[in-house]
Design a protein around this ligand. Structure first.
Ligand code: NDP
Ligand code: HSE
Length: 437
């Protein structure tokens, strides 16, 4: 689509491996992905097995070789921790390279220093992956919600603890076993205490608050309580009272006044009872959700997978593409940023609806005669329609209702079976036919 963009990767672990996998398989993604060249990758251990094939020239143990490589345009920092991550980011910036990072620990503590350096060098530092894993929340706060006066940002922003709380609540699995599983799945931080003690969520709410309210946040001043001392008994009592327990992070404006020189804010991270009918109560497993409340938009919720290789890599690559798009636009005078312009690059056509597979829900009025469920089942089976459930309701002298939910079948298969079933003498009609997820 345009000139090549050299990408240098610092780290090839959970997130770095996910990023490399996307960059090395551009088919069926936005065409700009094919313009990204994975030039150099720094790791600690050259002998560790990797999820992608890289040449000996691409891999290095020296991260400086990545940030100093003239063919690298964008440095992706996914090694984690404060140092050497901070120094490598600053070095990349001083070399005129834009940076993409998933490292909330470094941004929450050194974000101002890094942003100032980037502004002075005229490069970008993008951090979509630092909060909410695969959920787009950073760019929406910076761009799509910019017309609002934000009053509150709150939510579940640590995937590991939400995964632990969900498994404990639904399966009664022991705390230590679930942490080990979260580590195995690549959700947890290098030191999982950062997750369970609430420190990671505190980093993230500090970053969200800085964007939402427009001022740097003193990360060390965020009251933080994790889930390590939460008792199962409290989760059980909360449940009997109609609540779930979630590790919530909250940042809210503490004044109704308009313009103030210093905006008072409250930030906190703590285990919190959430009514079961609240939108955050249904956010389970590794999923995260962030509620943004602003004027005039009201309340919007961003929801999705909050950790893990694929979702986080999706956010990292989105940032690389944004930088690539802006660069293409500035290189070619008169050409629009291809991402903002949302160009189409192919034609699309609609398929025959009869070929579309989905689950179906059907309800029949029948006579309450022996064997009717079997005959309906056989008729579906003869047409290769697999049944998920078949249940009889309200059987009496006047008849019965039989509800069938199928597995995925084509509309044509379904129509054939329904035609046959409705011609059966014991079927008085089809009362409902709905799609089903
Ligand atoms: P991993 O521990 O899986 O990967 C870290 C990678 O960095 C490894 O490849 C490691 O090399 C390499 N590395 C570490 N130190 C150095 C160094 N000094 N020089 C060269 N390479 C180094 O971490 P994750 O991928 O899980 O996390 C990376 C970052 O992304 C962290 O900031 C984390 O907070 C953040 N993040 C993680 C998410 C997740 O779901 N895992 C989600 C969102 C953000 P080697 O492989 O040889 O050991
Ligand atoms: N350890 C983090 C979490 C990774 O579980 O949410 C995503 O930032």
């Amino acid at each position: 689509m345009g000139s090549r963009i050299g990408v240098g990767l610092l780290g090839l672990g959970t997130v770095g491996g996910g990023v490399a996998s996307i960059l090395l398989s551009p088919d069926e993604r936005h065409p700009l992905v094919a313009d990204l060249d994975l030039v150099r990758v720094a790791v600690r251990d050259l002998d560790r097995p990797r999820p992608v094939d890289l040449s000996a020239d691409q891999l290095t143990k020296d991260p400086e070789a990545v940030v100093n490589d003239p063919s690298v345009d964008v440095v992706v920092e996914v090694i984690g921790g404060i140092e050497p991550a901070r120094s490598l980011i600053l070095k990349a910036i001083s070399n005129g390279k834009s940076v993409v990072t998933a490292n909330k620990a470094v941004i929450a503590r050194h974000g101002r220093e890094i942003a100032d350096a980037a502004a002075a060098a005229g490069v970008y530092v993008l951090i979509e992956a630092a909060v909410g894993g695969g959920i787009p929340i950073i760019e929406p706060l910076k761009q799509s919600l910019g017309g609002n006066r934000i009053n509150r940002v709150s939510g579940i922003i640590n995937g590991t603890t939400n995964y632990i709380l969900t498994r404990m609540a639904t399966e009664g699995v022991a705390y230590d076993d679930v942490i080990a599983e979260a580590q195995r799945l690549g959700y947890a931080e290098a030191d999982p205490a950062a997750d369970v003690d609430g420190l990671d969520a505190a980093d993230k709410i500090a970053i969200l608050a800085a964007l939402a309210f427009g001022g740097a946040i003193d990360r060390s001043g965020v009251p933080t309580e994790g889930i390590s001392s939460l008792q199962g008994r409290d989760v059980e009592y909360a449940s009997q009272l109609g609540y779930g327990v979630k590790l919530l992070a909250v940042a809210e404006r503490m004044t109704d006044q308009g313009a103030t020189d210093v905006l008072p804010l409250s930030l906190r991270v703590q285990p919190t009872l959430v009514p079961t009918d609240h939108p955050l109560a249904g956010v389970n497993g590794v999923n995260n959700a962030i509620l943004v409340e602003g004027d005039p938009i009201g309340r919007v919720m961003f929801y999705g997978p909050g950790a893990g290789a694929g979702p986080t890599a999706s956010a990292v690559v989105a940032d690389i593409l944004n930088i690539a798009g802006v660069r293409h636009a500035s290189e070619a005078a008169g050409r629009l940023d291809p991402l903002l312009a949302a160009d189409s690059w192919r034609q699309c056509k609609l398929v025959d609806p009869g070929d579309v597979r989905q689950k179906h829900y059907v309800r029949f009025h029948t006579s309450d005669t022996p064997g009717v469920i079997g005959r309906i089942g056989s008729c579906f089976g003869d047409r290769d329609v697999s049944i998920q459930s078949i249940v009889q309701f309200r059987a009496n002298e006047a008849g019965a209702e039989i509800v069938v939910i199928t597995h995925d079948v084509t509309q044509k298969q379904m129509d054939d079976a329904l035609k046959e079933i409705q011609s059966m003498p014991e079927i008085s009609g089809m009362a409902a036919h709905l799609g089903c997820l």
